[in-house]
Design a protein around this ligand. Structure first.
Ligand SMILES: Cc1ncc(COP(=O)(O)O)c(C=O)c1O
Length: 387
């Protein structure tokens, strides 16, 4: 249901955020931004904690966390009993790697463009257990068939876990996981989906995807406070899935064992319900329509600079390869980000991926075409490394 008290999409909505005035923010995907109604909901929870900490931690939080899981479950197509909260996808990945109990010879398959911290976690797990990492080769223009081929090329009888990004971080590619999950499952592997950028950007039906685990950062596209990730665990792997930190309830059944992991701030988790209300209040379809118009505007403006889109595309996170007179170097991405912010107060993301300099934009409900114009004008004026 649309909440008519919310401002219109674009610049008017920007007033709900604390983002620095006069600057252009086109990188919501990295760290999110929290609108006023969600900040207020979190503050209300903080007041309840401060008013009676004992009652909050011994009683209120237990019930409230389950109610919030039910709310997020309704939003994302999963039963609340299958959902737990962890601070971020990084911890969700650690949880799953721990649950797998790898040994020598086991193989873990993931994309060559998987998020760097996720790759690092897998590398460390391999070094500790003797498992082997098997990266799938991808490119900047992928088709569903090319993804399936890349996966099949790495699956073997030893594959125990396949990690699939739903939306790839550096390339913003929307991966056809609906087709890839069954391929991995048929090969006898467990599947973890890194949906860091999914909830609030894509319409999710998590249970129907058929993955063993699915994690999504609510603090990105759902607008929850930072430190809020939802982790879905399929029934058959719940018994083996524990928090990475051992606390009182470690041996309790899933999901209860995740609902108290030492004294910690659970207000980002509880404010996720207000975040889902915020998205529903505007309407995910209305958000998607607004973001699609911005994407079309960005294609036009960046196309004039010779940039070419990376595909397949996600609805609101998009990347373009910038033309260079030499192969991209690792420092090109950070250098471009810094220059655009320092010289033009335009915040974007950029990386050197597959030998190309990629510009990544987040097209968010508080952006309008003026933001796209400012970004393209600044790029045209300042250029980029190796232009
Ligand atoms: C695809 C992907 N996976 C994992 C992460 C890690 O998220 P966090 O830093 O919240 O743990 C990110 C963050 O941007 C990401 O883009």
């Amino acid at each position: 249901m649309t909440d008519r008290s919310l401002p219109l999409l674009g610049a008017p909505l920007r007033d709900l955020f604390l983002l620095q005035s006069g600057a252009t923010f086109l990188n919501h995907g990295s760290f999110g931004a929290v609108p006023a109604p969600v900040r207020q909901a979190q503050e209300a929870w903080r007041v309840r904690v401060e008013t009676q900490p004992d009652v909050f931690f011994r009683e209120t939080a237990w019930t409230a966390l389950r109610e919030t899981a039910d709310r997020i479950g309704r939003f994302a197509g999963a039963e609340g009993g299958g959902l737990v909260f962890v601070p971020n996808v990084t911890e969700a990945v650690a949880t799953v790697l721990d649950a797998m109990r790898f040994g020598p010879g086991d193989e873990i398959v993931l994309f060559d463009v998987a998020y760097a911290a996720v790759k690092r976690a897998v590398d460390v797990t391999c070094a500790r257990t003797g498992a082997q990492i098997r990266p799938m080769a991808t490119g900047l223009r992928m088709t569903p068939a090319a993804y399936a081929e890349a996966l099949r090329a790495k699956l073997s009888a030893k594959t125990r876990l396949v990690l699939l990004d739903h939306i790839v971080s550096p390339t913003a590619q929307l991966v056809p996981i609906e087709a890839l999950i069954p391929i991995a499952r048929e090969a006898g592997a467990r599947v973890f989906v890194d949906g860091a950028h999914a909830i609030g950007q894509l319409r999710l039906d998590i249970t129907r995807l058929g993955a063993d685990w699915y994690a999504s950062n609510a603090h990105k596209w759902l607008f929850a406070p930072r430190g809020c990730c939802v982790l879905y665990t399929a029934p058959e792997v719940r018994a083996q899935t524990h928090p990475v930190v051992v606390s009182h309830y470690y041996e309790d059944p899933y999901p209860r064992r995740f609902d108290y992991v030492g004294t910690r701030d659970v207000t980002p988790y509880l404010a996720a319900a207000a975040a889902a209300d915020f998205v529903d209040g505007i309407g995910l379809d209305a958000m998607t329509g607004h973001r699609a118009a911005l994407l079309a505007a960005a294609d036009q403006a960046l196309g004039r600079l010779g940039a070419t889109p990376v595909i397949p595309r996600a609805p609101a996170l998009a990347a373009w390869a910038l033309p260079q007179s030499r192969p991209a170097e690792p420092e090109d991405g950070p250098a471009l980000m810094k220059a655009l912010w320092r010289e033009a107060q335009v915040q974007i993301a950029a990386s050197a991926t597959h030998g190309r300099l990629l510009l990544r934009l987040s097209l968010q409900v508080y952006n309008d075409t003026g933001d796209i114009d400012r970004c393209a004008t600044a790029l045209g004026r300042l250029g980029w490394p190796g232009r």
